[in-house]
Write a protein that binds this ligand. Structure first.
Ligand SMILES: [Zn+2]
Ligand SMILES: [Zn+2]
Length: 228
């Protein structure tokens, strides 16, 4: 009975109009089409680190010190209302918003040439238990489903439980994250991998993860994130 009831609720959830998370208008999706069209899509940015630039190119930071990853794509700028949607998806169990963001990422990203695999930034087991899911893994699942690129969330694990990076300086973030990741398995045919992250702030997390894979012999590591 419980099962039938759950199925029925899931069914009606899709059948009945909901209200848009942002404007409150009736919508069949968690965010209405008008609000989706108004989202802050990122236009011109650094091809290495996805920092917004007036013209597509390589930013001065990446020129001075090239990062371990080759290309980064960020679908959105981390401004309103993306800075409201991602925390809702990450901390308030709003998986419908997370799925929508993953779907929009898959639509907007340039995915050619296809990498061998998508690797979501892993969470430490302690944080995963607290949250119940890994937001980057959920985004990667949507991208994998829509593009056919395989997803591997077991290749690497987070072995260091770090304090949240929010509120830390660039230097503190970098020190905090050193030694946080460990490769579990690495197939020999991986020549080009893509790290999937939700929000890239200073880039210290993906930098450390990219370094771990490069040190293990992967020649090319790119980053696709939801927002920067
Ligand atoms: Zn709306
Ligand atoms: Zn850059």
């Amino acid at each position: 009975m419980k099962n039938i009831l759950r199925k029925f609720t899931t069914f009606t959830h899709w059948l009945l109009p909901q209200s848009c998370f942002l404007c409150g208008d009736t919508s069949i999706q968690p965010v209405c089409a008008a609000c989706i069209a108004d989202l802050p899509y990122q236009h011109t940015a650094c091809i290495s680190c996805a920092q917004a630039l007036p013209k597509t190119g390589v930013c001065s930071d990446c020129q001075k010190q090239p990062p371990p990853y080759t290309h980064t794509q960020a679908v959105f700028s981390y401004t309103y209302p993306i800075n409201k949607l991602i925390p809702a998806a990450k901390f308030n169990q709003n998986l419908a918003i997370l799925k929508l963001l993953g779907h929009l990422m898959a639509q907007q990203l340039t995915t050619e040439p296809h990498p061998n695999v998508l690797i979501p930034v892993p969470l430490h087991i302690k944080r995963l238990r607290e949250r119940g899911y890994n937001q980057s893994q959920e985004l990667a699942k949507c991208i994998a489903k829509q593009t056919g690129i395989p997803l591997d969330y077991k290749a690497c694990q987070r072995i260091k439980h770090t304090d949240p990076q929010t509120g830390l300086s660039r230097q503190e973030r970098q020190t905090n994250i050193v030694g946080a990741f460990q490769i579990v398995r690495l197939p020999k045919n991986w020549q080009h991998i893509v790290l999937i992250d939700d929000v890239m702030t200073t880039g210290s997390t993906v930098k450390e993860l990219a370094l771990v894979f490069k040190d293990a012999g992967v020649p090319k590591v790119d980053v696709w994130c939801c927002a920067r």
